[in-house]
Design a protein around this ligand. Sequence first.
Ligand SMILES: *[C@@H]1O[C@H](CO)[C@@H](O)[C@H](O)[C@H]1NC(C)=O
Ligand SMILES: *[C@@H]1O[C@H](CO)[C@@H](O)[C@H](O)[C@H]1NC(C)=O
Ligand SMILES: *[C@@H]1O[C@H](CO)[C@@H](O)[C@H](O)[C@H]1NC(C)=O
Ligand SMILES: *[C@@H]1O[C@H](CO)[C@@H](O)[C@H](O)[C@H]1NC(C)=O
Length: 681
Amino acid sequence: MVLRLIVPFLSFLLFRPALSDVCTSAACRKASTDILSFIDPSIDPCQDFYKFTCGNLFKKTFDTKPVSLEALVAKEVEDQTTKMLQKPIDHNEPKAFQALKKFFRSCMDEVSLDKDGVKTLREILNQLGGWPLLENKWDEKKFNMEDLFLKLRKYGYDYMQLFYFGTTVGEDDKTLLIGEPIIKNVEPDYVDSYFEFVQKVSLLVGVKMPTAEPELRDVLNFKLALLQTVEKSGPFQKTTIRDIQKQFPILNWLSLINKITYPNKEQPDDREMYFPSTEYLKELGVLLKNTSNRTLSNYILWQTIESAIPYLPHEFNDLKERFPRAFYDTNHNGVKKTRLSYCKSEAKRIFPPIFELMYITEYFPRERRQGIKDVVSIIHMELVNLVNKTELYDESTRQIMLEKAKAITYHFGAPERLFEDGLAAKLFSTDENLETNNLLTLASILLRQRNNFRYNLQNGVNRYDNYYEETTLVHSFYETYRNAFVLPAASLQGLYFNENRPQYMNFGTIGTIAGIELIRGFTEAGSKFDKDGNRAETWTKNTELVFNKKTDCLVREASFFEIEDSILRMDGRLILEKTTCDYTGVEVAYRAYETWVKIYGKEAELPGLNYNPRQLFWISTASTFCDTISLDNLKQFIVEDHQVHPTFRVFGSLTNNEHFGKDFNCTVESPMNPAIKCKVF
Ligand SMILES: *[C@@H]1O[C@H](CO)[C@@H](O)[C@H](O)[C@H]1NC(C)=O
Ligand SMILES: *[C@@H]1O[C@H](CO)[C@@H](O)[C@H](O)[C@H]1NC(C)=O
Ligand SMILES: *[C@@H]1O[C@H](CO)[C@@H](O)[C@H](O)[C@H]1NC(C)=O
Ligand SMILES: *[C@@H]1O[C@H](CO)[C@@H](O)[C@H](O)[C@H]1NC(C)=O
């Protein structure tokens, strides 16, 4: 599932650039324009390389908002995802994509949504056997909880009111898991507010108020009791269906499980799986005994309605906004999302793998994936060399760190499983009828398919349940707990990466980022985790002592660093991890580029720019650090968040690098080329 890199991929040979002095391809001309949009050539690079690299960028955009390379790419990604969802439906594209586009389009069409009102919702409630609160005659005797769950699951609505249903994932197998339900807590102080919300929503659906108030209160009380029950639960138990049936005959487990995991193969009753704790099942049994069928049905369907609110007319969502206290997890900072950004986030949330797959299909060409593997494989090799040679480690630390370096896994663009052939078809069964424009109906179709995919025990790709990497993140990162380096598709474009431009730029940007992120596994903080990402002590006392001694120099440098227009100073000790990684990562990227040149030869320069490849490497490197921080935010940034000021990210990394001064011919003791240089690794 994951790629381990040991040797560089030979595909480099295919991309070897022509040996002329100046490259004039489209990619090179673009690269040249990109660099010109950053640099201010009127600044002496030996005086202030930060201003030299970022000066022009800041001049253009400083008044509007914080600007950085990451912000530029993030904006591009926003445009891409909008375009992707807005693109006309092509009847030859996978049905999953068609469905998501339709969903997005219906979401944007507020007029139709409001016109439909609660008509569709009422129809659905009818199909589900009726919401007792709305019905004149609702037959309590005919109620069957399992049937209701089955219908909810089959139609694509929320069915996890009493139990959570999921799968756990081992390396290659999947086991069903039933747990306590995940219910949004209603804090004691907010019960009244929440109840008001429940009544207002019910009124919109058509419930007669205040006649129905006592019944709604039963619903509320059941929910509060259930929340208390959930709180008392213990760890999952692994046992057979038959055994749980014997102990807790509160329902027909075998039939429920087979209904929920439809359309998959039926489970035998000696199948082992995870069940909720004994405490929960016991308490739930008591609670159900003491609850009428009517209240239970009212509760289950209330929860269904509540989770359908995002797909209902605007009055429903307005209520959610008006009662933010009932939803303490709503991000309520006073800024109302535009409909566009709302619909985009819903499109992403409803069935994430479809959104992710659409994105990489549209914006992540296969050549790029190979191109980035080529670059990162050399970075990886240089990292291993650095760990192998550094004077920081003693021999016993070195062996452990070497093992760890070799064990790093890489995720290029998206999880490997997203590149599987035929995945789009697996995500969406083909007999689904998409002839509707109703948002709620489309949502239910997508959710039903999502669940069908999820419970499919045959295809072992349900790792989506545990985690998935977002392909639209605009930064690459090292994951301590997995010893993995993740490069999302969106972070491999624009100024960050282009497989067709000269490699000095790629090594400067994404190579530097890779170097910095990877080193995090090998500093003092990283030493607390072993090669599998488990907590461990991997350093000897001696290595720790040497680390402290070697880093003194960086600590002092950062602490004395003067930030322009401010008397604030950074605390060099608190940002030591970051400054060490910055400066070491840059060195790794530089060495990697040198290795690349050794293998594949010198590269051409860029048109219209009077800089040699090494200088262009440095400009690319520094460009990843450009970032505007307003004086208003500076205190938060430096004193509270302990961030490294972008100016120092450039100064600290470059003044300590023995190659930088030479490559720019800076005199010794010019600000960018001091004689004394700190060295940790
Ligand atoms: C509640 O529903 C069950 C079937 O699920 C039924 O057997 C029982 O009679 C109902 N209880 C009442 C009080 O109607
Ligand atoms: C049963 O329900 C009633 C009212 O709904 C409540 O007063 C009582 O405490 C409950 N008993 C148990 C054991 O939960
Ligand atoms: C580490 O360095 C030694 C000596 O220079 C060399 O023999 C060995 O192959 C290196 N190991 C790795 C993993 O690079
Ligand atoms: C650096 O300076 C030396 C002497 O001043 C000069 O010969 C050389 O061409 C310069 N190199 C670059 C890359 O500017």
